[in-house]
Structures are given as C-alpha cells and as structure tokens.
Design a protein around this ligand. Structure first.
Ligand SMILES: CC(=O)SCCNC(=O)CCNC(=O)[C@H](O)C(C)(C)COP(=O)(O)OP(=O)(O)OC[C@H]1O[C@@H](n2cnc3c(N)ncnc32)[C@H](O)[C@@H]1OP(=O)(O)O
Ligand SMILES: CC(=O)C(=O)O
Ligand SMILES: [Mg+2]
Length: 352
C-alpha cells in the first residue's frame, strides 16, 4: 500500500499528474458497441449525439477470432469520428487473458488522447488496479499524454465484492464501478441464468391466513442485486467515485429494464449500461431527475433560506437534511440540462 503522501505522485517518469478529483460528467448510459462490427460502427456518429458515453467493447461478446478486428476498429473509429462532448470509453479484455496486454499497448499509444475511461473487467482486488495503474503510467509517458486515463472496474466476482471498498480507493485514476450481474452470478454460484434483473423464485410470501398454507398468500418478487448495488454505492461515494448499474440482458423486456435501472437510480447510481439502441432512451429517462421533482427540490431550497431550522411545505417537514437531499437533485438536474437541451427545456417548462 502506497503512503498517503505518495498517492498523487505519477507512477512513471513523464506520466501526467493524477487527478485530485473525479469530474462529474453526465454518464446516464454507457452504450456498448462492437467496434469490429461494421453495422454497429456505422451507427457510432449518430449515437454520439444520443448517448452520454459510447464504449467500444473488446471483452466478452466479442468472439476470440474477432478480438484484433475489434481493437483495430476502435482505433479507426476514435480517429475518424467527432464525438463532441460524448465520452469514449473502452472495455479491455480481462487481466488474465491473452489479449489485454495488446489492448492496452495499442489503445494508449494510438488513441490515448481520445479515450476518457478504460473499463477493467473481473477485478478481484486492489492489486489488479495497481497493476493497471502502473502500466498505464508507463504507456502514457511513452505516448506523451498530458491527461491521465481514468479506470473503471466491473464488480463481477465474489472476491471483487468482498474487496470493493479497497478497489474503489486503489488509485486516483478510479472513476467508477459497475455491477456485472452475469459474471458475478456465475462466480457466486447463484442459480440464475439471466443478465441482471429479478427472478420469480427469489421472493417473500405473506403469512398463512386461517388453516390453509396454500390459499390467499401473496408473494412479492425481490431484487437479487439490492445488497451488491447498495454496497457498491457506499464504496464509491466514500471514495469520491461514481457507481453504475451494469447490463440488463432481456432486450425485449423494456419494462423490467426500466424498473431495474430505476432501482439503481434511486439507490444512488448515476447510470447503467445500454446493450441495444432501444436501451439508450430508457437510461436517459430514468437517470434524469423528473421535472416535477426538480421543481419541488427548488421550492424546498428556497423555503429553507439559509438551510437551517425546520419549515412545513405542503404538510411535509423540511430541515437541514432535506435541503441536502434536494441539493442532490438540483445539482444533477443542472449538470444534465447543461448537456441535454431537451431536458433543459422540460425543466424550464415545469418551473414556469
Ligand atoms: C454480460 C456483458 O458483458 S454485457 C456487455 C457485452 N455485450 C454486448 O456488448 C452486447 C451488445 N449488443 C449486441 O451485440 C446486440 O444488441 C445483440 C446481439 C444483443 C442484438 O443484436 P441484433 O440481433 O442485431 O439486434 P436487432 O436486430 O434488434 O438490431 C437492430 C439494429 O440495431 C443494431 N444494433 C444492435 N445492437 C447495437 C448496439 N449495441 N450498438 C449499435 N447498434 C446496435 C443492429 O446492428 C441492427 O442494425 P440494422 O437495423 O442496421 O440491421
Ligand atoms: C457486466 C458484465 O460483464 C457481466 O455482467 O458479467
Ligand atoms: Mg462480465
């Protein structure tokens, strides 16, 4: 473990200074595409106007014999497409794979100045981040980069969850963490074959009424991911980085996808992954505060004046703590509206 005094020292001679704070940039959806798939690649310029983050995926979902094509495709896309203020991320192959070294060597030296964040899958503990941290510093120095690349970990192994607090604090490069429900389910030997979402077998049941243990007992499906998402949010916020829900694999079920995303939003996540173009809009809707909520939050802040004491508003008690809750909503709304003109117009209309 590095001394706190050395934490912000570059890890290689000539590497850029690490950031002291992770900037908040809207990232309601991290949209995955296969950069080696010509159809998807052709849609990138259009999607750059719709998604907050576009991620060129090199890991799972890319066939072994297409890894090089995906890597080369990402280099080409990064050089040719104007991303405006849309972020470009990548997910490299896992650290034990035969591809990751070439992923990092190629991407940092060829397009390190175009990439914002490198997502690292299957992170088991802080040692994985330390390895990537030093290697990135060496490559940044070689490429002459002036801004440090940020690192995002996927929480998708049982060890990763056990070590999530240390992972979040492992490097000043740490930008955020996403839940990886598919690999995590496999790692934990959970008995679900779904990619995220609930399961009808994971439920609670009301008590028996009368003599029958069968009749009249309502069941409620529970959220398999609640514990992990809540723990991830705490670990991220304590470390000053951003938590994200991951993928929802049932592309057809846009209703349950929206529910899962909303659970994550309410628990503190700033975004989720989108795997298909139709999930971009779901994430945009869910991870943007509702206009009526923003109006209410502004009313509370105004009514509370200097933010101390207690007042009643529409029959509800407001005090120092509720002002802070409302400030969270308003700050997020302002950040998102600055990027999203449609949202800005909706907020303006609601407050008129
Ligand atoms: C557990 C994990 O690791 S999750 C992360 C890894 N997985 C991924 O990244 C998967 C990304 N998504 C995909 O590969 C695809 O969306 C699939 C395989 C799930 C479905 O693909 P398709 O069967 O082609 O879907 P569908 O027919 O509805 O596609 C409609 C159009 O959208 C395009 N499209 C589909 N997904 C995407 C995407 N992620 N980005 C851009 N375009 C896409 C298709 O190419 C198709 O284009 P066309 O109209 O020009 O023919
Ligand atoms: C997100 C991811 O990689 C997983 O669920 O396994
Ligand atoms: Mg995975």
């Amino acid at each position: 473990m590095r001394s706190p005094k050395d934490f912000f020292r570059p890890l290689a001679v000539g590497a850029p200074e690490p950031l002291r704070q992770i900037p908040f940039r809207p990232s309601r959806m991290i949209h995955f595409f296969d950069p080696g798939n010509e159809k998807m690649a052709a849609k990138v310029p259009d999607m750059a106007g719709k998604a907050d983050v576009l991620l060129g995926n090199l890991e799972d979902a890319i066939q072994a014999d297409r890894k090089e094509a995906a890597r080369n495709g990402l280099v080409r896309i990064a050089r040719e497409v104007d991303f405006g203020d849309t972020q470009l991320w990548t997910r490299v192959n896992s650290l034990d794979s035969p591809w990751v070294l070439d992923d990092l060597l190629t991407l940092v030296t060829a397009i390190g100045d175009k990439l914002d964040v490198i997502m690292v899958p299957k992170v088991e503990g802080p040692e994985d981040i330390h390895y990537v941290d030093r290697l990135l510093a060496q490559l940044e120095a070689r490429a002459g980069l002036t801004e440090p690349l940020l690192v995002h970990a996927i929480l998708e192994t049982a060890s990763g969850v056990a070590n999530v607090e240390e992972i979040a604090l492992a490097s000043p490069r740490m930008q955020g963490i996403s839940l990886g429900p598919a690999d995590l389910a496999a790692s934990r030997r959970m008995k679900t074959t779904r990619v995220g979402g609930g399961h009808p077998g994971y439920l609670v049941r009301t008590d028996p009424v009368g003599d029958s243990i069968e009749d009249g007992r309502t069941t409620y499906q529970q959220d398999l991911w609640h514990y992990t998402v809540a723990r991830m949010v705490d670990a991220c916020v304590a470390a000053g980085i951003l938590p994200y829900y991951g993928p929802f694999g049932d592309i057809r079920d846009v209703v349950a996808c929206e529910d899962q995303f909303r659970n994550a939003y309410l628990l503190g996540c700033v975004g989720a992954w989108s795997l298909h173009p139709k999930q971009i809009e779901i994430a945009r809707r869910v991870f943007s505060p509702e206009a009526s909520e923003v109006v209410w939050a502004r009313r509370v802040i105004e009514a509370m004046g200097d933010g101390t004491g207690a007042v009643m508003l529409d029959g509800k008690m407001q005090d120092d703590a509720t002002v802070k809750q409302c400030q969270v909503i308003v700050a997020l709304a302002d950040d998102l509206a600055a990027r999203d003109p449609e949202l800005a117009a909706a907020y303006k209309e609601a407050s008129a």
